[in-house]
Design a protein around this ligand. Structure first.
Ligand code: NAP
Length: 412
């Protein structure tokens, strides 16, 4: 086996060797099934394109139930250390331990590695069942702030000494009357973190030649958090890219050729418009909790959580963790049944992140072919008249066959 090398980061860009070491977390429940399928597809794409010249050297790291069973720790320190050392990793879904200790392994990983942008592309593949009339119009990328908001886990349990003390402090110092039996959560939204998130969304829009960036917020009600996020979003666009971006007011929503429209939408109306007029939205930048709801709601438009990929990225140091967006679906664990597309498409985002875009494109085309031919897993088959239901591993095999056919026909 070839000797693996570490991916490094220099002057704002990743330096990727031909044999990069990439750690993976298999995941719990259906994790091992979808990871096996994903690995076969990724290895095959790299092999088809570059033969012996390139290969990912996978190394397993532990988190979740498997880690707990082996080490007594849900998230061993070595796992975080490996992700720091190797910079880029991929993971299956993890069970969130119920009761004390770590609240969510996913949230912990994002926070500990400061993976501040949760990136979720939402694009429809022709043939995939959708609840909306014109799913081909859905093509958005959500940039969700990943490290703050009420999601940051700053909560005090109702009735505890700390909750009572904070309630008393707020009454005495601000005159805020909070019921004594309330639980309390804190919602920090900071200027620096909002700006770096919107900057990432803007840079993505510029690089990918997107039409617009929409700041989604609840600033009409939460003025100093969500409203400030909106203001800081416009501020950074104006500050960094005054020649490339243009606000809605400056052009009445009709940007001249070559300019990216910067607009904003209040979260509730955004949900409605993203359903009724999805083609008016392109790149979305939003706060953590809004982004959580938005990414799953939009995923439903293109085939559900089995189809939606996810990436957690720190663009300032290149750290990135790619993941399926669904959970561990325990009732299907080990049945070789579920749809591996979410993790496969997350691996495509990873391949793009390391600059191996050709492999991502090859896989996406092969997936598209499988959907068009209606050879799909149970979740899509039940909604597609005339479909052939295949297992998770068989689906991966079909994707690999499609890639080989495409390369033999020189479609790549
Ligand atoms: P879930 O595991 O996502 O499963 C809910 C349902 O979604 C499944 O029963 C299945 O629906 C469908 N589904 C999920 N993955 C699918 C796939 N790959 N292919 C086809 N259908 C799929 O949600 P949950 O049951 O609420 O959560 C279970 C555990 O996962 C919890 O411990 C939760 O904390 C954890 N979780 C982890 C992550 C993560 O690691 N990122 C994210 C969310 C939840 P049908 O039964 O209708 O077919």
């Amino acid at each position: 086996m070839a000797e693996g090398k570490i991916i490094s980061f220099n002057e704002g860009a990743l330096e990727v060797p031909d044999f990069p070491i990439i750690p993976f977390i298999e995941g719990d429940g259906i994790g091992p099934d979808i990871w096996r399928a994903t690995r076969v597809v990724v290895d095959s794409s790299v092999n088809i394109l570059w033969g012996e010249k390139r290969q990912i050297i996978w190394t397993e790291i532990l988190a979740g139930e498997k880690a707990y069973n082996h080490t007594g720790n849900w998230l061993p320190p070595e796992t975080l250390e490996s992700l720091r050392t190797y910079r880029v990793g991929i993971k299956g879904p993890l069970t969130t331990p119920v009761g004390g200790g770590i609240r969510s392994l996913n949230v912990t990983l994002r926070q500990k590695l400061d993976l501040y942008a949760c990136v979720r592309p939402i694009k429809h593949f022709p043939g995939v069942p959708s609840p909306i009339r014109e799913p081909r119009k859905v093509n958005m990328v959500v940039f969700r702030e990943n490290t703050e908001d009420v999601y940051a886990g700053m909560e005090l349990k109702q009735g505890t000494e700390q909750a009572m003390a904070l309630i008393a402090y707020l009454r005495n110092n601000y005159g805020w009357e909070i019921p004594a039996d309330a639980g309390i959560g804190i919602k920090p939204i900071s200027r620096a973190r909002s700006r770096r998130l919107v900057k990432a969304a803007l840079e993505h829009a510029i690089k990918q030649k997107r039409k617009s960036v929409t700041l989604v917020h609840k600033g009409n009600i939460q003025k100093f958090t969500e409203g400030a996020f909106r203001r800081w979003g416009y501020e950074i666009a104006e500050e960094l890219y005054p020649d490339i971006t243009i606000s809605y007011d400056q052009c009445n929503g009709m940007p001249p050729e070559g300019k990216i429209l910067i607009k904003d939408a209040i979260a509730d109306i955004f949900f409605q418009q993203a359903l009724t007029r999805p083609d008016e939205f392109d790149v979305i930048a939003t706060t953590n909790l809004n982004g959580d709801y938005i990414s799953d709601a939009l995923a439903a438009q293109v085939g559900g959580v089995g189809m939606a990929p996810g990436a957690n990225i720190n663009y300032e140091n290149g750290y990135a963790l790619f993941e399926a967006t669904h959970g561990t679906a325990p009732k299907y664990a080990g049945l070789d049944k579920v749809n591996p597309s979410s993790l496969i498409l997350s691996a495509c985002l990873m391949l793009e992140h390391i600059g191996w875009e050709e492999a991502a494109r090859l896989i996406e085309e092969a997936l598209a072919e499988a959907f068009l031919n209606k050879t799909v897993t149970y979740d899509l088959a039940r909604l597609m008249p005339g479909a052939t239901e295949v297992s998770c591993s068989k689906f991966a095999e079909i994707v690999c066959e499609n890639m080989k056919k495409a390369s033999q026909l020189n479609l790549f």
